[in-house]
Design a binder for this molecule. Structure first.
Ligand code: NAG
Ligand code: NAG
Length: 157
């Protein structure tokens, strides 16, 4: 086989490995969580051979974004934090490790000032993760992975 073809096949084989199995391990979709309750959190990053994972941000989404157009009322939710998990060689010693759990906010309580809470039962909300990673295949900027788990806030049953 000509050398260039061999090289190309080697690169192509490496590229196919780059489909990552990043996932929200916990909470499982369908988990019912009461306001103020602690729930387990575990995220598996995209990190792998040829894939370096940097930070990921975690959000609770209580109302999905309307579209990708600018809007003053684009979505609802709260930011839970920016974290990273160790992966060699991209980010071996992150100082912002994720917690093993989060506490579900009580959305009936005012977040402060003019803000007014809202008391709801059986609300379908989501825990979102947006992860920045980059692969040895290259690309303009980091690749951003998006995952979510469906949750039921303040379930009555
Ligand atoms: C990762 O997140 C931490 C915590 O927010 C921040 O201090 C750090 O600058 C971030 N690193 C990058 C590369 O974005
Ligand atoms: C929740 O996470 C915090 C911070 O990581 C930890 O200190 C605490 O022990 C955890 N609680 C439970 C119930 O797992």
């Amino acid at each position: 086989m000509p050398k260039v073809t061999t090289l190309w096949l080697t690169v192509a084989a490496a590229v196919t490995v780059l489909a990552t199995d990043a996932a929200i391990v916990s909470p499982a979709s369908g988990t019912k969580i009461k306001p103020g309750a602690t729930f387990a959190f575990e995220y598996r990053t995209a990190a792998d051979y040829c894939v370096s994972s940097y930070n990921f941000t975690v959000w609770l989404d209580t109302q999905d974004p309307t579209s990708l157009y600018p809007s003053n009322t684009w979505a609802r939710g709260v930011f839970l934090g920016e974290f990273a998990l160790p992966n060699y060689p991209g980010n071996p010693y992150p100082r912002n490790l994720p917690p093993s759990n989060f506490t579900m906010p009580d959305f009936s309580i005012s977040p402060g000032g003019f803000g007014v809470g809202s008391k709801v039962n059986d609300a379908h909300i989501k825990l979102l993760v947006l992860e920045e990673y980059q692969t040895c295949a290259g690309g303009l900027g980091n690749t951003i992975g998006f995952h979510y788990a469906n949750l039921i806030y303040n379930a009555t049953s």
